[in-house]
Design a protein around this ligand. Structure first.
Ligand code: NAD
Ligand code: USQ
Length: 406
Protein backbone atom coordinates (compact mmCIF):
# COMPACT_ATOMS: atom_id res chain seq x y z
CA UNK A 1 0.00 0.00 0.00
CA UNK A 2 0.97 3.62 -0.42
CA UNK A 3 0.64 5.01 3.10
CA UNK A 4 0.86 8.64 4.26
CA UNK A 5 2.07 8.93 7.84
CA UNK A 6 1.05 12.35 9.14
CA UNK A 7 3.32 13.19 12.09
CA UNK A 8 5.79 10.49 11.04
CA UNK A 9 8.75 12.26 12.68
CA UNK A 10 7.27 11.86 16.19
CA UNK A 11 7.67 9.37 19.03
CA UNK A 12 5.06 6.91 17.72
CA UNK A 13 5.04 8.04 14.08
CA UNK A 14 8.72 7.33 13.41
CA UNK A 15 8.78 3.67 14.54
CA UNK A 16 5.43 3.14 12.80
CA UNK A 17 6.91 4.47 9.54
CA UNK A 18 9.87 2.10 9.86
CA UNK A 19 7.66 -0.87 10.76
CA UNK A 20 5.35 -0.35 7.77
CA UNK A 21 8.25 0.36 5.41
CA UNK A 22 9.86 -2.87 6.56
CA UNK A 23 6.72 -4.71 5.49
CA UNK A 24 7.11 -3.38 1.97
CA UNK A 25 4.64 -0.51 2.03
CA UNK A 26 5.45 2.75 0.24
CA UNK A 27 5.78 5.25 3.06
CA UNK A 28 5.37 9.02 2.87
CA UNK A 29 6.06 10.91 6.08
CA UNK A 30 4.32 14.28 6.26
CA UNK A 31 5.40 16.42 9.18
CA UNK A 32 5.90 20.14 9.88
CA UNK A 33 8.59 19.33 12.48
CA UNK A 34 6.64 21.38 15.05
CA UNK A 35 7.62 18.93 17.79
CA UNK A 36 11.28 19.77 17.20
CA UNK A 37 10.42 23.49 17.41
CA UNK A 38 8.58 22.90 20.68
CA UNK A 39 11.75 21.30 22.08
CA UNK A 40 13.51 24.55 21.22
CA UNK A 41 10.71 26.64 22.78
CA UNK A 42 10.87 24.64 26.02
CA UNK A 43 14.66 24.43 26.04
CA UNK A 44 14.62 20.64 26.23
CA UNK A 45 15.78 17.82 24.01
CA UNK A 46 14.96 14.19 23.53
CA UNK A 47 16.96 12.03 25.93
CA UNK A 48 18.14 10.08 22.89
CA UNK A 49 20.13 12.00 20.27
CA UNK A 50 17.83 12.30 17.24
CA UNK A 51 19.14 13.04 13.78
CA UNK A 52 17.24 15.19 11.30
CA UNK A 53 14.40 13.41 9.54
CA UNK A 54 16.35 13.63 6.28
CA UNK A 55 19.32 11.87 7.88
CA UNK A 56 17.05 9.27 9.50
CA UNK A 57 15.50 8.29 6.17
CA UNK A 58 18.95 8.25 4.52
CA UNK A 59 20.16 5.73 7.13
CA UNK A 60 17.01 3.63 6.68
CA UNK A 61 17.66 3.47 2.93
CA UNK A 62 21.29 2.54 3.57
CA UNK A 63 20.29 -0.25 5.99
CA UNK A 64 17.31 -1.71 4.13
CA UNK A 65 17.24 -0.37 0.59
CA UNK A 66 13.74 0.99 1.32
CA UNK A 67 12.86 4.59 0.59
CA UNK A 68 10.80 6.62 3.05
CA UNK A 69 9.74 9.89 1.44
CA UNK A 70 9.60 13.03 3.59
CA UNK A 71 7.35 16.04 2.91
CA UNK A 72 7.52 19.17 5.04
CA UNK A 73 3.87 20.26 5.29
CA UNK A 74 1.86 21.88 8.07
CA UNK A 75 -1.46 20.07 7.65
CA UNK A 76 -3.26 22.48 9.99
CA UNK A 77 -2.13 25.66 8.23
CA UNK A 78 -1.20 24.75 4.64
CA UNK A 79 -4.53 23.34 3.49
CA UNK A 80 -3.95 23.96 -0.23
CA UNK A 81 -0.44 22.49 -0.17
CA UNK A 82 -1.69 19.44 1.71
CA UNK A 83 -4.68 18.99 -0.60
CA UNK A 84 -2.41 19.25 -3.64
CA UNK A 85 -0.12 16.62 -2.15
CA UNK A 86 -3.07 14.27 -1.55
CA UNK A 87 -4.36 14.91 -5.08
CA UNK A 88 -0.98 14.11 -6.63
CA UNK A 89 -0.23 11.07 -4.49
CA UNK A 90 -3.63 9.52 -3.70
CA UNK A 91 -2.47 7.25 -0.84
CA UNK A 92 -4.35 3.99 -0.11
CA UNK A 93 -4.21 4.66 3.61
CA UNK A 94 -3.43 7.61 5.89
CA UNK A 95 -2.22 7.27 9.47
CA UNK A 96 -2.82 10.50 11.39
CA UNK A 97 -0.49 11.21 14.32
CA UNK A 98 -0.02 14.92 13.54
CA UNK A 99 -1.35 16.67 16.63
CA UNK A 100 0.02 18.46 19.70
CA UNK A 101 -0.15 15.58 22.11
CA UNK A 102 0.99 16.73 25.56
CA UNK A 103 -1.72 17.52 28.12
CA UNK A 104 0.60 19.70 30.31
CA UNK A 105 1.80 21.69 27.25
CA UNK A 106 -1.83 22.27 26.27
CA UNK A 107 -2.53 23.77 29.73
CA UNK A 108 0.53 26.06 30.03
CA UNK A 109 -1.11 29.35 29.00
CA UNK A 110 -3.94 30.76 26.91
CA UNK A 111 -1.56 30.80 23.90
CA UNK A 112 -0.80 27.10 24.36
CA UNK A 113 -4.52 26.32 24.64
CA UNK A 114 -5.18 28.21 21.40
CA UNK A 115 -2.29 26.57 19.63
CA UNK A 116 -3.39 23.08 20.66
CA UNK A 117 -7.03 23.58 19.66
CA UNK A 118 -6.21 25.35 16.38
CA UNK A 119 -3.51 22.89 15.41
CA UNK A 120 -5.32 19.67 16.31
CA UNK A 121 -8.84 20.50 15.17
CA UNK A 122 -7.66 22.12 11.92
CA UNK A 123 -5.27 19.27 11.19
CA UNK A 124 -8.04 16.68 11.47
CA UNK A 125 -10.65 18.78 9.70
CA UNK A 126 -8.35 19.78 6.83
CA UNK A 127 -7.62 16.12 6.24
CA UNK A 128 -11.28 15.04 6.22
CA UNK A 129 -12.34 18.00 4.12
CA UNK A 130 -9.64 17.36 1.50
CA UNK A 131 -10.46 13.65 1.32
CA UNK A 132 -14.07 14.42 0.47
CA UNK A 133 -13.16 17.15 -1.99
CA UNK A 134 -10.76 14.82 -3.82
CA UNK A 135 -13.03 11.73 -3.66
CA UNK A 136 -10.13 10.03 -1.91
CA UNK A 137 -11.32 6.67 -0.61
CA UNK A 138 -8.25 6.06 1.58
CA UNK A 139 -8.60 4.29 4.92
CA UNK A 140 -7.92 6.89 7.62
CA UNK A 141 -6.41 5.55 10.85
CA UNK A 142 -6.29 8.19 13.58
CA UNK A 143 -4.41 8.05 16.85
CA UNK A 144 -6.86 9.07 19.52
CA UNK A 145 -6.59 8.62 23.27
CA UNK A 146 -8.07 6.63 26.14
CA UNK A 147 -8.51 10.05 27.75
CA UNK A 148 -11.65 10.74 25.68
CA UNK A 149 -13.50 8.44 28.09
CA UNK A 150 -12.25 10.21 31.21
CA UNK A 151 -10.92 7.15 33.11
CA UNK A 152 -14.43 6.18 34.26
CA UNK A 153 -15.00 5.04 37.79
CA UNK A 154 -18.51 3.69 37.36
CA UNK A 155 -17.51 0.08 37.94
CA UNK A 156 -18.15 -1.08 34.36
CA UNK A 157 -15.55 -1.82 31.71
CA UNK A 158 -15.01 0.94 29.15
CA UNK A 159 -16.29 -0.43 25.83
CA UNK A 160 -14.53 0.11 22.51
CA UNK A 161 -15.95 3.45 21.51
CA UNK A 162 -19.70 2.88 21.74
CA UNK A 163 -22.08 2.52 24.65
CA UNK A 164 -25.44 0.75 24.44
CA UNK A 165 -28.14 2.85 26.05
CA UNK A 166 -31.86 2.35 26.56
CA UNK A 167 -34.00 5.45 26.23
CA UNK A 168 -37.64 5.71 27.16
CA UNK A 169 -39.69 6.76 24.13
CA UNK A 170 -42.69 9.11 24.31
CA UNK A 171 -44.99 6.10 24.33
CA UNK A 172 -43.18 4.71 27.36
CA UNK A 173 -41.38 1.92 25.51
CA UNK A 174 -37.65 1.20 25.66
CA UNK A 175 -35.59 1.98 22.58
CA UNK A 176 -31.98 0.81 22.42
CA UNK A 177 -29.24 2.63 20.65
CA UNK A 178 -25.46 2.76 20.55
CA UNK A 179 -23.93 6.14 21.12
CA UNK A 180 -20.34 7.37 21.21
CA UNK A 181 -19.20 6.82 24.79
CA UNK A 182 -19.78 10.14 26.59
CA UNK A 183 -16.71 12.33 26.19
CA UNK A 184 -15.12 13.44 29.44
CA UNK A 185 -11.77 15.10 28.69
CA UNK A 186 -9.33 16.06 31.44
CA UNK A 187 -7.23 18.63 29.55
CA UNK A 188 -7.41 20.91 26.51
CA UNK A 189 -5.36 18.35 24.62
CA UNK A 190 -7.75 15.51 25.50
CA UNK A 191 -10.65 17.81 24.61
CA UNK A 192 -9.30 18.18 21.05
CA UNK A 193 -9.39 14.39 20.71
CA UNK A 194 -13.06 14.45 21.77
CA UNK A 195 -13.73 17.06 19.07
CA UNK A 196 -11.91 14.83 16.56
CA UNK A 197 -14.35 12.03 17.40
CA UNK A 198 -17.30 14.19 16.35
CA UNK A 199 -15.58 15.24 13.13
CA UNK A 200 -14.99 11.59 12.30
CA UNK A 201 -18.55 10.61 13.15
CA UNK A 202 -19.92 13.31 10.85
CA UNK A 203 -17.64 12.59 7.89
CA UNK A 204 -18.21 8.81 8.10
CA UNK A 205 -21.98 9.37 8.16
CA UNK A 206 -22.20 12.17 5.62
CA UNK A 207 -19.51 11.25 3.13
CA UNK A 208 -18.89 7.57 3.72
CA UNK A 209 -15.24 8.08 4.70
CA UNK A 210 -13.63 4.91 6.05
CA UNK A 211 -12.21 5.82 9.44
CA UNK A 212 -10.62 3.91 12.31
CA UNK A 213 -10.00 5.74 15.60
CA UNK A 214 -7.45 4.15 17.94
CA UNK A 215 -8.09 5.14 21.55
CA UNK A 216 -4.58 4.64 22.78
CA UNK A 217 -3.27 4.49 26.33
CA UNK A 218 0.08 5.88 27.51
CA UNK A 219 2.90 4.58 25.34
CA UNK A 220 6.04 3.42 27.11
CA UNK A 221 9.45 2.13 26.02
CA UNK A 222 11.54 3.53 23.21
CA UNK A 223 12.99 0.83 20.95
CA UNK A 224 11.24 -1.23 18.33
CA UNK A 225 12.70 -3.96 16.18
CA UNK A 226 13.46 -1.47 13.42
CA UNK A 227 14.79 1.45 15.48
CA UNK A 228 17.37 -0.98 16.91
CA UNK A 229 18.85 -1.66 13.48
CA UNK A 230 21.15 1.37 13.53
CA UNK A 231 22.03 3.85 16.25
CA UNK A 232 20.90 6.74 14.04
CA UNK A 233 17.43 5.23 13.71
CA UNK A 234 16.89 5.64 17.45
CA UNK A 235 13.48 6.89 18.55
CA UNK A 236 12.88 10.14 20.44
CA UNK A 237 12.43 9.79 24.19
CA UNK A 238 10.84 12.60 26.20
CA UNK A 239 11.52 13.07 29.90
CA UNK A 240 10.62 16.70 30.62
CA UNK A 241 7.67 17.85 32.73
CA UNK A 242 5.49 18.60 29.69
CA UNK A 243 6.13 15.82 27.17
CA UNK A 244 7.55 13.02 29.29
CA UNK A 245 4.82 10.50 30.11
CA UNK A 246 4.60 8.90 33.49
CA UNK A 247 6.18 5.48 33.08
CA UNK A 248 9.00 6.64 30.80
CA UNK A 249 9.63 9.53 33.20
CA UNK A 250 9.89 7.19 36.18
CA UNK A 251 12.34 4.95 34.29
CA UNK A 252 14.53 7.92 33.36
CA UNK A 253 14.30 9.38 36.85
CA UNK A 254 15.43 6.02 38.26
CA UNK A 255 18.39 6.00 35.85
CA UNK A 256 19.61 9.47 36.89
CA UNK A 257 19.01 9.09 40.63
CA UNK A 258 16.06 11.50 40.71
CA UNK A 259 13.15 10.67 43.04
CA UNK A 260 10.13 9.32 41.16
CA UNK A 261 7.67 12.22 40.84
CA UNK A 262 4.26 10.86 41.87
CA UNK A 263 1.46 13.44 41.58
CA UNK A 264 -0.75 13.44 44.66
CA UNK A 265 -1.37 10.03 46.18
CA UNK A 266 -0.57 8.31 42.88
CA UNK A 267 -4.03 6.74 42.97
CA UNK A 268 -4.64 7.62 39.31
CA UNK A 269 -5.08 4.45 37.23
CA UNK A 270 -4.16 4.69 33.57
CA UNK A 271 -3.94 2.42 30.52
CA UNK A 272 -0.55 1.56 29.01
CA UNK A 273 0.90 0.03 25.86
CA UNK A 274 4.49 -0.67 24.80
CA UNK A 275 5.75 1.17 21.70
CA UNK A 276 6.34 -2.14 19.88
CA UNK A 277 2.68 -3.12 20.42
CA UNK A 278 1.55 0.35 19.40
CA UNK A 279 3.13 0.01 15.94
CA UNK A 280 1.77 -3.53 15.62
CA UNK A 281 -1.74 -2.27 16.42
CA UNK A 282 -1.53 0.31 13.65
CA UNK A 283 -0.55 -2.49 11.27
CA UNK A 284 -3.54 -4.59 12.42
CA UNK A 285 -5.90 -1.64 12.07
CA UNK A 286 -4.66 -1.00 8.51
CA UNK A 287 -5.31 -4.66 7.63
CA UNK A 288 -8.89 -4.46 8.90
CA UNK A 289 -10.52 -1.33 7.50
CA UNK A 290 -14.21 -0.58 7.91
CA UNK A 291 -16.37 -0.75 4.79
CA UNK A 292 -17.57 2.39 3.06
CA UNK A 293 -20.70 3.56 4.85
CA UNK A 294 -19.77 1.90 8.16
CA UNK A 295 -19.66 3.94 11.32
CA UNK A 296 -16.22 4.88 12.66
CA UNK A 297 -14.41 1.75 13.86
CA UNK A 298 -12.99 2.28 17.35
CA UNK A 299 -10.33 0.18 19.04
CA UNK A 300 -9.05 0.57 22.58
CA UNK A 301 -5.32 0.43 21.95
CA UNK A 302 -3.96 -0.55 25.34
CA UNK A 303 -2.71 -3.75 26.92
CA UNK A 304 -2.75 -3.21 30.70
CA UNK A 305 -3.75 -0.73 33.39
CA UNK A 306 -1.71 0.40 36.37
CA UNK A 307 -2.01 2.76 39.28
CA UNK A 308 0.68 5.46 39.24
CA UNK A 309 1.91 4.72 42.77
CA UNK A 310 2.15 0.98 41.99
CA UNK A 311 4.36 1.81 39.01
CA UNK A 312 6.55 3.99 41.20
CA UNK A 313 6.85 1.22 43.78
CA UNK A 314 7.62 -1.38 41.12
CA UNK A 315 10.40 0.75 39.62
CA UNK A 316 11.68 1.66 43.05
CA UNK A 317 11.98 -2.05 43.89
CA UNK A 318 13.73 -2.74 40.59
CA UNK A 319 16.23 0.12 40.80
CA UNK A 320 16.36 1.34 44.40
CA UNK A 321 14.99 4.78 43.37
CA UNK A 322 13.27 6.93 46.03
CA UNK A 323 9.63 7.91 45.54
CA UNK A 324 8.52 11.56 46.03
CA UNK A 325 4.81 12.25 46.55
CA UNK A 326 4.26 15.78 45.18
CA UNK A 327 1.27 18.14 45.10
CA UNK A 328 -0.58 17.51 41.85
CA UNK A 329 -0.36 20.34 39.26
CA UNK A 330 -3.31 18.76 37.44
CA UNK A 331 -7.01 18.82 38.20
CA UNK A 332 -7.88 15.13 38.09
CA UNK A 333 -9.49 12.49 40.29
CA UNK A 334 -6.95 11.59 42.98
CA UNK A 335 -7.98 7.92 42.88
CA UNK A 336 -9.76 5.97 40.15
CA UNK A 337 -10.20 2.41 38.96
CA UNK A 338 -10.02 1.65 35.28
CA UNK A 339 -11.27 -1.44 33.48
CA UNK A 340 -10.96 -1.35 29.72
CA UNK A 341 -12.18 -3.70 27.00
CA UNK A 342 -9.53 -4.45 24.38
CA UNK A 343 -10.84 -7.69 22.84
CA UNK A 344 -10.66 -6.52 19.25
CA UNK A 345 -6.87 -6.30 18.95
CA UNK A 346 -6.40 -9.52 20.93
CA UNK A 347 -8.76 -11.29 18.54
CA UNK A 348 -6.78 -9.94 15.61
CA UNK A 349 -3.64 -11.56 17.03
CA UNK A 350 -1.99 -8.94 19.24
CA UNK A 351 0.24 -10.71 21.75
CA UNK A 352 0.82 -8.00 24.37
CA UNK A 353 4.20 -7.06 25.74
CA UNK A 354 3.75 -6.45 29.45
CA UNK A 355 5.72 -4.70 32.15
CA UNK A 356 6.94 -8.09 33.35
CA UNK A 357 8.68 -8.82 30.06
CA UNK A 358 12.00 -7.42 31.24
CA UNK A 359 11.76 -4.29 29.14
CA UNK A 360 11.64 -1.97 32.14
CA UNK A 361 15.33 -2.58 32.80
CA UNK A 362 16.10 -2.18 29.10
CA UNK A 363 14.62 1.33 29.22
CA UNK A 364 16.57 2.17 32.38
CA UNK A 365 19.73 1.05 30.55
CA UNK A 366 18.94 3.30 27.56
CA UNK A 367 18.38 6.16 29.99
CA UNK A 368 21.67 5.47 31.78
CA UNK A 369 23.53 5.57 28.42
CA UNK A 370 22.19 9.02 27.67
CA UNK A 371 21.96 10.36 31.23
CA UNK A 372 24.56 13.01 30.36
CA UNK A 373 21.93 14.67 28.13
CA UNK A 374 19.38 15.17 30.93
CA UNK A 375 18.77 18.68 32.27
CA UNK A 376 17.50 17.96 35.79
CA UNK A 377 15.85 21.39 36.01
CA UNK A 378 13.43 20.27 33.23
CA UNK A 379 12.23 17.22 35.13
CA UNK A 380 9.56 18.80 37.41
CA UNK A 381 6.05 19.08 35.94
CA UNK A 382 5.00 22.68 36.59
CA UNK A 383 2.21 23.29 34.11
CA UNK A 384 -0.88 24.12 36.21
CA UNK A 385 -4.39 23.03 35.24
CA UNK A 386 -6.30 26.02 36.65
CA UNK A 387 -5.70 29.68 37.44
CA UNK A 388 -6.11 28.85 41.14
CA UNK A 389 -3.33 26.28 41.02
CA UNK A 390 -1.17 28.66 38.95
CA UNK A 391 -1.79 31.50 41.42
CA UNK A 392 -0.86 29.27 44.32
CA UNK A 393 2.41 28.54 42.57
CA UNK A 394 2.98 32.24 41.85
CA UNK A 395 2.26 33.27 45.45
CA UNK A 396 4.69 30.77 46.83
CA UNK A 397 7.90 30.50 44.82
CA UNK A 398 9.10 27.88 47.30
CA UNK A 399 6.20 25.61 46.46
CA UNK A 400 7.53 22.09 45.85
CA UNK A 401 5.95 22.04 42.38
CA UNK A 402 8.55 24.56 41.30
CA UNK A 403 11.50 23.04 43.05
CA UNK A 404 13.58 20.20 41.67
CA UNK A 405 13.43 17.39 44.17
CA UNK A 406 16.81 15.85 44.77
P1 NAD B 1 4.79 13.52 18.95
O1 NAD B 1 4.55 14.92 19.40
O2 NAD B 1 6.10 12.88 19.25
O3 NAD B 1 4.53 13.41 17.37
C1 NAD B 1 3.57 14.16 16.69
C2 NAD B 1 4.18 14.57 15.35
O4 NAD B 1 3.21 15.32 14.62
C3 NAD B 1 5.41 15.47 15.51
O5 NAD B 1 6.48 14.98 14.72
C4 NAD B 1 4.93 16.84 15.04
O6 NAD B 1 5.98 17.61 14.46
C5 NAD B 1 3.83 16.46 14.06
N1 NAD B 1 2.79 17.49 13.89
C6 NAD B 1 2.07 18.12 14.85
N2 NAD B 1 1.24 19.02 14.30
C7 NAD B 1 1.42 18.96 12.96
C8 NAD B 1 0.88 19.65 11.85
N3 NAD B 1 -0.02 20.63 12.02
N4 NAD B 1 1.29 19.34 10.60
C9 NAD B 1 2.22 18.37 10.41
N5 NAD B 1 2.81 17.68 11.41
C10 NAD B 1 2.41 17.98 12.69
O7 NAD B 1 3.60 12.64 19.54
P2 NAD B 1 3.48 11.05 19.70
O8 NAD B 1 3.78 10.71 21.11
O9 NAD B 1 4.21 10.39 18.60
O10 NAD B 1 1.92 10.87 19.50
C11 NAD B 1 1.41 10.68 18.19
C12 NAD B 1 -0.12 10.62 18.24
O11 NAD B 1 -0.51 9.56 19.10
C13 NAD B 1 -0.73 11.90 18.82
O12 NAD B 1 -1.85 12.26 18.06
C14 NAD B 1 -1.12 11.52 20.22
O13 NAD B 1 -2.25 12.23 20.62
C15 NAD B 1 -1.38 10.03 20.12
N6 NAD B 1 -1.08 9.33 21.38
C16 NAD B 1 0.17 9.36 21.94
C17 NAD B 1 0.41 8.69 23.15
C18 NAD B 1 1.75 8.71 23.83
O14 NAD B 1 1.86 8.18 24.96
N7 NAD B 1 2.80 9.24 23.22
C19 NAD B 1 -0.64 8.00 23.76
C20 NAD B 1 -1.92 8.00 23.16
C21 NAD B 1 -2.12 8.67 21.98
N1 USQ C 1 1.94 11.70 36.52
C1 USQ C 1 2.64 11.58 37.70
N2 USQ C 1 3.94 11.95 37.71
C2 USQ C 1 4.59 12.40 36.58
C3 USQ C 1 3.87 12.50 35.37
C4 USQ C 1 2.53 12.15 35.38
O1 USQ C 1 2.12 11.17 38.74
O2 USQ C 1 5.78 12.72 36.68
C5 USQ C 1 0.51 11.30 36.50
C6 USQ C 1 -0.41 12.38 35.95
O3 USQ C 1 -0.81 13.28 36.96
C7 USQ C 1 -1.53 11.53 35.38
C8 USQ C 1 -0.85 10.25 34.92
O4 USQ C 1 0.42 10.21 35.59
O5 USQ C 1 -2.43 11.19 36.38
C9 USQ C 1 -0.61 10.16 33.43
O6 USQ C 1 0.11 11.29 32.97
P1 USQ C 1 0.93 11.22 31.59
O7 USQ C 1 1.62 12.53 31.39
O8 USQ C 1 1.75 9.99 31.56
O9 USQ C 1 -0.26 10.98 30.52
P2 USQ C 1 -1.33 11.97 29.88
O10 USQ C 1 -1.16 13.36 30.32
O11 USQ C 1 -2.66 11.35 30.07
O12 USQ C 1 -0.98 11.93 28.33
C10 USQ C 1 -0.32 10.81 27.68
C11 USQ C 1 0.09 11.28 26.30
C12 USQ C 1 -1.14 11.61 25.48
C13 USQ C 1 -2.07 10.41 25.46
C14 USQ C 1 -2.42 9.94 26.88
C15 USQ C 1 -3.15 8.62 26.87
O13 USQ C 1 0.95 12.41 26.39
O14 USQ C 1 -0.77 11.96 24.16
O15 USQ C 1 -3.25 10.72 24.78
O16 USQ C 1 -1.19 9.71 27.60
S1 USQ C 1 -4.26 8.45 28.22
O17 USQ C 1 -3.53 8.80 29.48
O18 USQ C 1 -4.69 7.08 28.26
O19 USQ C 1 -5.33 9.39 28.03
Amino acid sequence: MKIAILGGDGFVGWPTSLHLSDQGHEIHVIDNLSRRWIDAELGVQSLTPMDSIQERVRIWKQETGNTIHFHLIDIAKDYEVFKAWLADNRPDAIVHFAEQRAAPYSMKSDQHKNYTVNNNVNASHNLLNAMVELDLDAHLVHLGTMGVYGYSNVGAAIPEGYLSVDVETLSGEKASQEILYPANPGSIYHMTKCLDQLLFQFYAKNDGLRITDLHQGIVWGTHTEQTLRHKQLINRFDYDGDYGTVLNRFLIQAAIGYPLTVHGTGGQTRAFIHIQDSVRCVELALQNPPAKGDRVKVFNQMTETHRVRDLAELISKLTGAKVAYLPNPRKEAPENDLVVENKQFLELGLNPITLEDGLLSEVVDVAKNFAYRVDRSRVPAVSAWTKEIAEEIERDPEHPRLKSVS
